[in-house]
Design a protein around this ligand. Structure first.
Ligand SMILES: NC(=O)c1ccc[n+]([C@@H]2O[C@H](COP(=O)([O-])OP(=O)(O)OC[C@H]3O[C@@H](n4cnc5c(N)ncnc54)[C@H](OP(=O)(O)O)[C@@H]3O)[C@@H](O)[C@H]2O)c1
Length: 513
């Protein structure tokens, strides 16, 4: 079922990402609304005004409502206008609110409901854990399981990735070069970023599969032990990291002397080490080949800024590209398949050569075209990635007219349209070479070039290369900016070229951070 009217409760860190992903989804429904406190909608504070403007620009209806102050009946009468309600407010105002929202959803007889349970596996943790708020999540599950009218899904995400790195959570203490392991260094935690939770939740709500079959869906970007986290930080920062274990005993003592401390309660739950981590291979996203951001990717992005290459997941990566003034599209980047993709790759390579406006004879370009995949074959230690606009787009009658003007060739066509590519081939001394990075002119402005570079860097790493080299020309400013962003620096020529002014760049993985 494709839901036609969706209400998201809350537009905070998580709610906003869910809303953005719903709006950008190729099956964007006619109505997407957000329930917000009237005071927040009417607030004159610049940050609230900015939030309101951003939501309105996305075409989201703002619905006044207060999950704490409003009576269950009032909430039910709001919910009754929607097919799907997604709770994204977290534990606001302590106990009782999550149950109230759930009762309101059931009274309203909404067809589909996702309660705010984007976190740990509450069933596995059970009642009576150090975090007393969690018991209410089990009450919510009991209530949902006691009925059959409203179909529900729970998206178990593990900890928000940003929270694991949040200094106030007390695990990653960069200032003192220390990791405080909760329970033990072997204890694991599953993490997912708010952005990925948004994308995956939108896919769960709007995708093909009927996932509202009344059970939790496990997703994840990474499952990492505190010991591995310490190693990762050591590798990224180049500094030794002290491993400090907060044993359950220590945490229980701390809680005994400060029983209302919410942070200590969370730490203790994670310290128990059950219900907080699951195998990534079994997650809903991984089983569909959708990679979410790992701890390392998060750290590179947030700590290293533009100096270091970020990697955007392995071969198969789904993202929604959207320009506010164009319509959204879903893009898949994966390995080109042969012989099926030969013609598509040939067309992209020809487009690439035409865009350069130079004679590529010296690179044996004709031969390359005739032997695709050639040196880029996986059997040769290469990789050839192709980006496809994979889903036909909805054009809603009520969509603003500026939402259907991207003008990609055959944009509504199925099967998918190929819109970009990038390749790598084995070079010498453990290096590989990036080649044929190309995005159709009509698909530019959507950060597809970034995603292709991220994907090929990831490939190069997974193939065990020490780094990537490439050549470019002085007037290719946009490409040079892109390479700079991903950590490429100028290097000595690694082959003889007749093209005057050729710039040679290298991204050495062994020198990262
Ligand atoms: N699993 C994890 O590891 C993890 C990590 C971090 C956070 N969390 C939890 O996730 C929750 C959601 O995360 P978040 O980062 O999105 O939180 P957030 O940024 O604090 O957003 C909370 C949202 O709820 C809204 N809200 C608050 N009180 C409300 C009320 N009475 N009626 C209607 N809306 C109300 C807020 O709106 P206003 O703008 O009006 O305040 C805001 O939009 C957090 O509260 C936290 O409990 C979990």
């Amino acid at each position: 079922m494709t839901s036609q009217k969706i209400l998201v409760i809350g537009a905070g860190e998580l709610g906003f990402q869910v809303l953005r992903a719903l709006v950008a989804h190729p099956r964007r429904p006619a109505t997407i609304a957000v329930l917000m406190r009237p005071g927040s909608i009417d607030s004159s504070s610049p940050s609230k005004q900015k939030q309101k403007a951003a939501l309105q620009q996305l075409g989201i209806d703002l619905v006044p409502g207060d999950i704490v102050e409003d009576h269950e009946r009032t909430l039910a009468s709001i919910f009754a206008n929607y097919d799907t309600v997604v709770g994204c407010t977290g534990f606001v105002s302590g106990t009782g609110v999550q149950l109230k929202i759930t009762r309101a959803a059931l009274v309203a007889e909404i067809p589909r409901f996702i309660p705010w349970q984007f976190g740990v596996d509450y069933d596995a943790i059970g009642r009576g854990s150090p975090q007393d708020l969690f018991d209410e999540q089990l009450d919510v599950r009991d209530l949902l399981r006691s009925q059959a009218q409203t179909h529900w899904a729970i998206v178990s995400t593990g900890m928000f990735t940003s929270f694991l790195f949040e200094p106030s959570f007390g695990v990653v203490d960069l200032e003192n070069a220390r990791v405080n392991a909760l329970g033990s260094l072997e204890n694991q935690v599953t993490i997912t970023t708010a952005q990925d939770i948004g994308l995956i939740t939108a896919e769960i709500v709007l995708g093909d599969e009927d996932l509202f079959n009344c059970r939790p869906i496990f997703i994840g970007g990474d499952t990492i032990s505190y010991g591995e986290l310490a190693q990762l930080i050591e590798r990224l920062t180049g500094n030794p990291i002290t491993r400090n274990v907060l044993t359950m005993e220590k945490m229980q003592d701390a809680l005994a002397s400060d029983p209302q401390n919410g942070l200590l309660k969370y730490q203790a739950v994670f310290g128990q080490g059950h219900g907080v981590a699951w195998e990534l291979a079994g997650t809903w996203n991984q089983q569909r080949g959708i990679q979410a951001e790992t701890a390392e990717e998060w750290a590179r992005k947030n700590w290293a800024g533009s100096l270091n290459p970020g990697s955007f997941g392995r071969a198969h990566r789904l993202f929604y590209a959207q320009d506010p003034f164009s319509r959204p599209m879903a893009v898949h980047i994966n390995h080109a398949q042969f012989p099926g993709d030969v013609q598509a790759i040939r067309a992209l390579f020809l487009g690439y050569a035409a865009s350069l406006g130079i004679d590529l004879t010296f690179q044996s370009f004709e031969e390359e075209l005739d032997s695709i995949p050639g040196k880029y074959a996986t059997t040769e230690g290469g990789a050839l990635l192709i980006a496809r606009n994979s889903d036909p787009l909805n054009s809603h009658d009520d969509a603003p007219s500026n939402v259907i003007k991207l003008g990609l060739p055959d944009f509504n066509a199925t099967p998918p349209v190929t819109i970009g590519c990038v390749a790598l081939r084995r070079s010498s001394d453990g290096w590989c070479e990036m080649k044929r990075l190309y995005v159709l002119p009509e698909a530019r402005g959507l950060q597809l070039g970034d995603k292709l570079v991220e994907a090929i860097i990831d490939q190069a790493k997974s193939l065990g290369y020490r780094g990537i080299r490439l050549d470019t020309l002085p007037d290719m400013l946009a490409a040079r900016r892109l390479y700079l962003k991903y950590g490429f620096v100028e290097t000595t020529p690694y082959y003889d070229t007749p093209l005057k002014g050729t710039i040679f760049l290298a991204c050495d993985f062994t020198r990262e951070l």
